[in-house]
Design a protein around this ligand. Structure first.
Ligand SMILES: Cc1cc2nc3c(=O)[nH]c(=O)nc-3n(C[C@H](O)[C@H](O)[C@H](O)COP(=O)(O)O)c2cc1C
Length: 337
């Protein structure tokens, strides 16, 4: 692989989702391997002091890289956390040979460019059960369980914990200040969450039980202009997402990376099936609500990611979030002669 080949893989990989679009990663490539590092300068000390959610983000990036590599006709082996001297060296993808890309490789690679976090209310259309079964099998490949929240008492408990966490966050000035630092109004921004990518209205007023993260609570007057407000219009149909919890037996960097890899695969399969997703991780941000989720849902292991999945609205038109350039994140080291 030369620098150009790696640049293409890295451009695809960095379309991966990341908490607040912080893109907490950087790469070193040589002709036969790509090393992935956590970029500790892009931390979220209030929301994510242990860096759990940033490491999950890097896990999904690793799978996006593997998918891009397969579609480019290369096989890759992934090793996690092999560098005892540097815990921020999260993964190494070693190129082991060539392959003829399969139809599946191409579909998944095409999904990388199509996927976006869709926070708008989904269509009131049920998610196919066999898709959820497929996602469960896919997550299992990475030692990650995927549990649909279907029983009503589990749904009530989860919805309660999300709203409790959201309330705690909105009343914490340090959380709000950190969130505001990652909001973007400039369409050309290379990181952060574009204000156009979050619904303008109050999340509590949505036709859904599931409360999405409120990115603009403090400045709603400025952004709440788009509701066309016909008072006689019928109420919108209630969305019917499937909400799934991903979790792992352990709760260390290895487990976080594995659940991130599962997340990456799950999101691409969801996109291939014509659906969309958005994470709802407020209740997992804080030790108190995260551990209550464990006990209220009698979980075996640790919850890592809560994901809402459904059919996107027809006119989804959600803003595409920016990415740093490949030159900003990749250093290529040619083979020494
Ligand atoms: C670990 C993790 C947690 C996230 N939590 C939330 C969340 O609670 N609410 C939300 O709307 N988006 C959440 N996101 C989505 C990111 O905001 C999104 O991936 C990022 O802004 C880039 O946008 P894109 O996914 O459309 O490319 C999360 C993403 C990751 C990887």
């Amino acid at each position: 692989m030369d620098e150009q080949d790696w640049a293409q893989v890295v451009a695809a990989a960095t379309r991966a989702p990341s908490i607040h679009n912080t893109q907490p990663w950087r790469f070193v490539a040589t002709p036969d391997r790509l090393e992935v590092y956590l970029d500790t300068e892009r931390a979220l000390p209030v929301l994510d002091p242990t860096r759990r959610q940033q490491v999950i983000s890097c896990g999904s990036l690793v799978e996006f890289a593997v998918v891009a590599l397969s579609a480019a006709g290369r096989d890759g082996d992934v090793d996690l956390l092999t560098d005892d001297a540097d815990p921020d060296h999260l993964a190494t993808i070693e190129v082991t040979g060539t392959r003829e890309p399969t139809e599946e490789d191409r579909r998944l690679a095409a999904a990388i460019a199509q996927r976006h976090t869709v926070r708008a209310a989904f269509q009131p259309r049920a998610v196919p059960v066999d898709l959820v079964d497929r996602l469960q099998a896919e997550a299992g490949l990475f030692d990650t369980w995927l549990k649909p929240i279907t029983r009503s008492e589990e749904e009530v408990a989860t919805v309660f914990l999300i709203s409790r966490a959201e309330e705690m966050e909105q009343s914490d000035p340090a959380y709000v200040a950190e969130l505001e630092r990652w909001m973007r109004t400039d369409a050309a921004a290379v990181d952060g969450v574009p204000v156009e990518a979050v619904p303008a209205g109050d999340p509590h007023a949505r036709p859904s039980n599931w409360l999405i993260r409120d990115f603009v609570a403090g400045s709603r007057e400025q952004h709440a202009f788009l509701s066309s407000g016909d008072p006689d219009a019928p109420p919108p149909a209630v969305e019917r997402p499937v909400v799934v919890l991903l979790g792992t037996e352990g709760d260390d960097r290895y487990a976080w990376l594995q659940s991130g890899r599962a997340l990456g695969r799950v999101l691409l399969q969801v996109t291939v099936a014509g659906l969309a997703a958005s994470p709802l991780t407020q209740a997992l941000d804080w030790p108190a609500t995260r551990s209550r989720m464990q006990s209220r849902l009698s979980l075996v292991g640790h919850p890592q990611m809560l994901l809402r999945i459904g059919y996107p609205p027809e006119a989804a038109g959600s803003a595409v979030s920016g990415r740093r350039t490949v030159a900003d994140v990749l250093r290529f080291v040619p083979a020494s002669s």
